[in-house]
Ligand binder design. Structure first.
Ligand SMILES: Cc1ncc(COP(=O)(O)O)c(C=O)c1O
Length: 323
């Protein structure tokens, strides 16, 4: 099914896509008062499998807590809503977008009087930057926009409001013919792309900006750190100056949407030899092998959708060790 078709879960009910509407005076429309997730379900030889859904939902609840949103649903209810919606749409593979938003009541800036509503939207989403990008890489530019300073918009929360900054980074890059923009933090260190985290390879060591560099600490980033260590690579989370990108042997973006996408140039300077490098390819392969279910899922990252009932209880408090 494509974007615009199928059923959407809204506050406990499955409704047709065309009927999944909110009022224009809803708080979220005016003030971006929503938190959301982006996860994926993959078609594996054992059937449809969600990748790290627990961890995504843990982050959803964390984001809501940061914004003082009292969830009207428990963790298990949101988890069940996602699984039920995949089943209702009979998806084998899809992108999963749970969103928790401030609904219709009053339009003062104070969101607290407004209801906290929840929806789960699914659609088919292929390679975010195109399938060619996975092999040949993308051209990126340094953005003239800076990521949010600490203590302004919390970047640990995946909130709709943060994507105003992401959209500026993305539009500027595209206007000048680049696939993506890479932003610095307010101290001038490398942060991330408009909707993806960043890795750099130099002398066989993998570097990635730390959580303190105004990044969204991505679940793919965490998975790549784990897989790279599994494969014997040295991985360092460090504040990185911008020019490291210009002298990197390899660089790549990671995220639920882009998965693992090589960066072939930054500001028209080729990264390495301007092609996907061998370490990027090895990391991509390791990641794709896990999500495609062709190697043992030793970290327990796949959740099979049609394997009987959804797993019993994985409440937010109990997922801490796995998040
Ligand atoms: C700003 C930003 N950074 C990083 C990521 C990557 O996060 P994840 O791997 O959890 O999808 C995303 C993806 O949603 C994002 O929007």
């Amino acid at each position: 099914m494509s974007f615009g078709t199928g059923k959407i879960w809204m506050n406990g009910e499955l409704v047709e896509w065309a009927d999944a509407k909110i009022h224009v005076a809803s708080h979220v429309v005016h003030y971006g008062s929503a938190v959301f997730e982006g996860a994926r379900c993959y078609d594996t030889p054992r059937g449809a499998a969600c990748f790290r859904l627990d961890t995504h939902l843990r982050r959803l609840f964390d984001s809501a807590k940061i914004y003082r949103m009292e969830m009207s649903l428990s963790y298990d209810e949101v988890h069940k809503a996602v699984i039920d919606t995949i089943k209702a749409n009979q998806y084998k593979a899809c992108y999963i977008r749970p969103i928790v938003y401030r609904g219709y009541h009053t339009l003062g800036v104070n969101p607290l009087p407004c209801p906290v509503d929840t929806a789960v939207i699914l659609w088919d989403w292929g390679a975010y930057l195109g399938t060619d990008a996975l092999t040949n890489g993308v051209d990126a530019r340094m953005s003239s926009w800076t990521r949010a300073a600490p203590n302004t918009f919390p970047t640990l929360a995946k909130t709709s409001a943060n994507y105003a900054n992401s959209a500026l980074i993305k539009m500027e890059a595209m206007a000048e013919g680049y696939a993506e923009g890479i932003a610095l933090d307010t101290a001038g260190f490398l942060s991330e792309g408009s909707g993806q985290n960043l890795f750099i390879v130099r002398n066989n060591v993998l570097y990635t900006p730390p959580a303190t560099a105004s990044i969204l600490p991505g679940i793919t980033r965490d998975s790549i750190i784990t897989l790279a260590k599994d494969h014997g690579f040295d991985v360092r989370e460090e504040m990185l100056p911008r020019e490291v990108l210009y002298i990197a042997d390899e660089a790549f973006f990671v995220g639920t949407a882009v998965e693992v996408t090589p960066i072939r140039s930054v500001d028209k300077i080729p990264v390495g030899n301007g092609r996907r490098g061998p370490i990027t390819e090895a990391i991509q392969q390791a990641f794709f092998d896990v999500i495609n279910g062709v190697v043992a899922d030793k970290h327990g990252w796949l959740e099979f959708v049609y394997d009987g009932e959804p797993r019993a209880t994985v409440g937010a408090a109990t997922t801490a060790g796995r998040a």
